[in-house]
Design a protein around this ligand. Structure first.
Ligand code: DLL
Length: 434
């Protein structure tokens, strides 16, 4: 389904024309209004006039998250504070948070993008959208809220947590769409089961739009099965508005990036050079109309690839593959490189392993990897021998597939902490032990 059919069905030619025009305007806007860009252009001997078409984008230096931190809180803004109507921030595990400011036009653009994003997988007027993304500095709650109102859905602004109430309202109000992180959706399903709720009979949910953290295909199937819905992936980041940068259509075959508003690029993680189409690497974004905090070639650190083939839904807007991990979350365990998403992929393929797991990396002369997993109630056994065999089988599977030696620790159901927002799947004790 389309919210803004004329734009969403742009041909590649139309997309590239609008991108070229907007890019050169944006380069000039940044140069004129943000000292950081004015300096970085001058340092690289670049003039805004040098950016005339899409191909010129590679001349522009990259922008890093650290550049936002260094310019905390407002020095990257292109507008005076009197023109900023909203501030969001990401908590940031180390150093200063990154702060983003929105002008009234930015909020309008973001709202329209979210309207497209909710409509694309099938949301519409008349839907009852239970919004369990966190409201607050995190962009998930308010981003969905404005978009859902724009399409005429009734929003339940419940935010994350309070799962008993979530389920009561879901039943009593007849919610048709659930929006939250994939990990929280699984917790909602687990809670419903514990409460003896019959999902098929008592819950009317039809679909969910789940993002803000990685979730493998197997995790998607688990969500779909346990809540009896269609689950769609949505991607975004606060630096680029928040949710609403890309979303899946009913084909569930990659996430369409709204290219009239963003230029995505993929660069090699090491060389920082552009990769060939279809190859995976680090995703960059250049938003094309953002006023409050414009960014050029912003390095997301997310690893993905881009597919420019026309989609079965009719859109030619490029599709990014599901995020495969972050360039900075690769673990090196005894010389073997491994991404947490690869570990999840293996675990979720083993019957008996539940979706509740945690990866603990520590250092004992060499790096060690422990994976704590809860076994499913069906696989649970009180015979120690059974469990030891199961543990060995999971260890072997991880070694055979990823060549990584991990110690598997089986823990009691409910022992891995559940999250109301983004799940903390990896605990790196090495940083604390230094
Ligand atoms: O997570 C915005 C958002 C809210 C997206 C609601 C989708 C739904 P941040 O807190 O700034 O913003 O975190 C952005 O989260 O760089 C990715 O690493 C990760 N991320 C977001 N969506 C996905 C996804 C919001 N679908 C960071 N799959 C990004 C994997 C995701 N990772």
């Amino acid at each position: 389904m389309y919210w803004n059919k004329d734009v969403e069905l742009f041909s590649r030619k139309e997309i590239e024309e609008i991108q070229s025009k907007r890019l050169s305007d944006m380069a000039k806007y940044c140069y004129d209004n943000v000292p950081f860009y004015n300096n970085s252009f001058k340092r690289s001997g670049l003039k805004p006039n040098d950016i005339k078409s899409l191909d010129d984008i590679v001349k522009i230096p990259l922008t890093l998250k650290d550049n936002l931190r260094e310019n905390y809180p407002f020095k990257m803004f292109a507008k005076p504070l009197e023109e900023i109507v909203r501030l969001h921030a990401s908590s940031g595990t180390s150093g200063s948070p990154t702060v983003v400011g929105y002008t009234r036009n930015d909020i309008e653009t973001w709202t329209e993008l979210m309207a497209r994003t909710i409509t694309c997988p099938g949301g519409h007027k008349g839907d009852i959208l239970q919004n369990a993304y966190g409201y607050g500095l995190f962009t998930g709650g308010l981003g969905f809220h404005y978009g859902a109102e724009r399409i005429g859905a009734a929003v339940i602004p419940i935010s994350g947590g309070n799962t008993g109430l979530q389920l009561k309202l879901m039943k009593d109000f007849g919610s048709t769409i659930l929006t939250c992180t994939p990990s929280y959706s699984l917790f909602v399903a687990e809670f419903a089961k514990q409460e003896g709720i019959n999902i098929e009979k008592e819950i009317k949910l039809r679909m969910g739009i789940f993002g803000a953290e990685p979730a493998s295909e197997t995790l998607r199937s688990k969500i779909e099965e346990s809540l009896n819905i269609d689950a769609y992936d949505i991607y975004g980041l606060s630096e680029i508005y928040g949710p609403g940068v890309s979303v899946e259509c009913p084909e569930k075959n990659g996430l369409h990036i709204w290219e009239d508003q963003f230029i995505p690029e993929i660069i090699d993680k090491e060389t920082k050079e552009p990769v060939s189409p279809g190859e995976k690497g680090v995703l960059l974004f250049t938003p094309l109309t953002k006023e409050g905090i414009p960014l050029l070639r912003y390095v997301t650190n997310d690893i993905t690839s881009l597919n420019y083939y026309k989609c079965g839904c009719g859109r030619e807007m490029v599709r990014m593959s599901k995020v495969m991990g972050r360039a900075d979350d690769m673990l090196i365990v005894r010389g073997v490189n491994v991404y947490p998403s690869q570990i999840e992929h293996v675990l979720m393929g083993i019957p008996g392993v539940s979706e509740n797991y945690q990866i603990v990396v520590d250092r004992d002369i060499l790096d060690t990897l422990t994976v704590k997993i809860e076994v499913t109630p069906e696989r649970f056994s009180d015979k120690i021998r059974d469990l030891v065999e199961f543990q060995r089988m999971v260890e072997d599977e991880l070694f055979e597939t990823l060549r990584v030696k991990a110690k598997i620790e089986l823990v009691a159901p409910g022992e891995i902490p559940r999250s109301m927002g983004k799940a903390k799947r990896v605990i790196d004790l090495r940083k604390e032990n230094i």
